[in-house]
Design a protein around this ligand. Structure first.
Ligand code: NAP
Length: 255
């Protein structure tokens, strides 16, 4: 059974490892191409956009795909909407791995905002030292708040307009709490800007902020269209098994 995994996340890499040794499935992993040197994957990968819904539909048809798993990042809403539309149009089953958001705990001081622009404005007018931990695509929003000193952690350098006083730390998760706490203290950070990505890999900065009593400006999740909701890569494997069984029984019945 030929399947497509829309990836770029820890869950997609985990699912790729589960599928690599399972010869019942011929899986392709699709990456947006946001990082210059993506992690090595145990499955054939394709990189870059499909060209909208029509492009994705054409790719699914040409590659005879029988099921799709959307394992994209919680903030990658457009590709998920495209996956729902293309799979509906072609009647291809779609399963979506939904990563749970982090929940505010005692001691957390979160200011929830709707967008990177709202986060820049929530930083206030008094110059502050700000840790930007939101990836690189939306950093341009902070050019509107040039009074702050920013430390931005990204995998690659951005190619967008930036605030004048910004320094980059290039790194990728997973991170650990002690190192995050030491980093925030050493940089004398006053405020953190984060997405509510969920998962364990980048949660240590939230724990470190709690311990240091630092406010976190949390950019809310976008609405993400979904197929069948799957909780984990293991759940996705069970769902794929069911699709395979259903496909086999349909073909026995001549459906
Ligand atoms: P997006 O806004 O959902 O997608 C924009 C376009 O990128 C899609 O329409 C599609 O292009 C292409 N695309 C996205 N994911 C793809 C995939 N897995 N395979 C092939 N093409 C893909 O997503 P985004 O622009 O990548 O990111 C939006 C937000 O998610 C950002 O805030 C980013 O920080 C966060 N994020 C994304 C990733 C990632 O791997 N993409 C990882 C971590 C965080 P076509 O319309 O041409 O098909």
């Amino acid at each position: 059974m030929r399947i497509l995994i829309l990836g770029g996340t820890t869950e997609a890499s985990h699912l790729a490892r589960l599928l690599a040794d399972d010869d019942r499935f011929g899986a392709t992993l699709s990456l947006a191409g946001r990082t210059a040197a993506p992690k090595q994957q145990p499955l054939p990968a394709r990189v870059g956009g499909f060209g909208g819904i029509a492009g994705l539909e054409a790719w699914l048809r040409e590659n005879d795909i029988a099921a799709v798993i959307d394992a994209t990042h919680p903030y990658a809403a457009q590709i998920s909407a495209h996956a729902v539309a293309a799979c509906n149009a072609l009647a291809i089953p779609l399963g979506s791995i939904a990563r749970a958001p982090w929940k505010r705990e005692d001691g957390d001081s979160w200011i929830e905002v709707e967008s990177p622009e709202a986060a820049a404005s929530a930083l206030g007018s008094t110059p502050a030292r700000v840790f930007l931990s939101i990836g690189r695509q939306e950093l341009a929003a902070f050019a509107a708040a040039p009074q702050h000193h920013y430390v931005a952690r990204t995998i690659d350098s951005p190619d967008v307009a930036l605030p004048p006083d910004i320094r980059f730390v290039h790194d990728r998760g997973p991170f650990d709490v002690a190192a995050e706490e030491a980093f925030l203290a050493q940089e004398r950070i006053d405020m953190i800007v984060s997405k509510n990505s969920g998962g364990a890999a980048t949660y240590p900065k939230i724990v470190a902020s709690r311990r240091l009593r630092l406010p976190v400006i949390m950019i809310s999740r976008p609405h993400k269209a979904q197929g069948a909701v799957l909780e984990s890569p293991a759940d996705a494997m069970r769902w794929l098994d069911a699709q395979l069984a259903h496909g086999a029984s349909s073909s026995r019945r001549g459906v």
